[in-house]
Design a protein around this ligand. Structure first.
Ligand code: COA
Length: 180
């Protein structure tokens, strides 16, 4: 088991060097936006992105982010920065033959600039490199904007997850992207 986890971690590290290169592979350089692996020092900035996006609410706590960034060895967590300010983040988790998007957000001021798309394209590239067949995620039933975003990027949805968001008493939708 330990060997398998080390294998995954090494691949994520390998992917960062090999796929992201200068951090600008997925952007037009006018944005001067970089993607890098997150570390525990980023969590306060990540929480600011979350607070901005969810209008003061924090669906994930400091501990949730810390677990994904520093403890869960099957998770990879990345931030996008502009002039060193964290403006977006994405969390990925390896689950069997699926790369699961555990969390994704882009600060409101920086939305519709292609940053979310770049983070997803990076996820697709990581999945391909790991020879994983699909990306998956859950999204709130009411979050039509995010659903439109994922559909634009080739995700499809056919499964309603009844009562998935227990605290919000809301259904979820599972969305899948098949990696070719
Ligand atoms: C969903 C989200 C991550 C998208 O990030 P983004 O950086 O704004 O998206 P992009 O600029 O890369 O958008 C790429 C394309 O997706 C589509 N899209 C993005 N946001 C959209 C919206 N609000 N409504 C409809 N389509 C949208 C568009 O086709 C867009 O291309 P265009 O701007 O050229 O028309 C961002 O809006 C966000 O953080 N939302 C709040 C948090 C959230 O809902 N996270 C997902 C939880 S599962």
């Amino acid at each position: 088991m330990k060997k398998l986890i080390t294998w995954w971690r090494n691949l994520i590290d390998f992917q960062l060097d090999d796929v992201i290169k200068d951090g600008n592979d997925y952007f037009n350089n006018e944005l001067n936006c970089m993607i890098r692996k997150a570390n525990a020092q980023d969590i306060r900035s990540i929480l600011m992105v979350e607070r901005d996006v969810y209008l003061g609410e924090l669906p994930w706590t400091y501990t949730d982010f810390f677990t994904e960034i520093s403890i869960n060895r099957q998770a990879g967590f990345f931030v996008a920065t502009i002039e060193e300010e964290v403006v977006a983040f994405i969390g990925l988790r390896a689950q069997k033959n699926t790369l699961h998007i555990s969390n994704l957000a882009v600060k409101r001021q920086h939305q519709r600039m292609g940053i979310g798309q770049a983070l997803i394209e990076m996820g697709k590239a990581i999945g391909k490199q790991l020879e994983i067949s699909q990306l998956s995620l859950e999204v709130r039933f009411s979050n039509k904007d995010a659903q439109a975003f994922y559909r634009k990027l080739g995700f499809h949805s056919d499964k309603i997850l009844k009562g998935y968001y227990t605290e919000l008493k809301e259904d979820g939708i599972e969305m899948i992207y098949q990696i070719d």
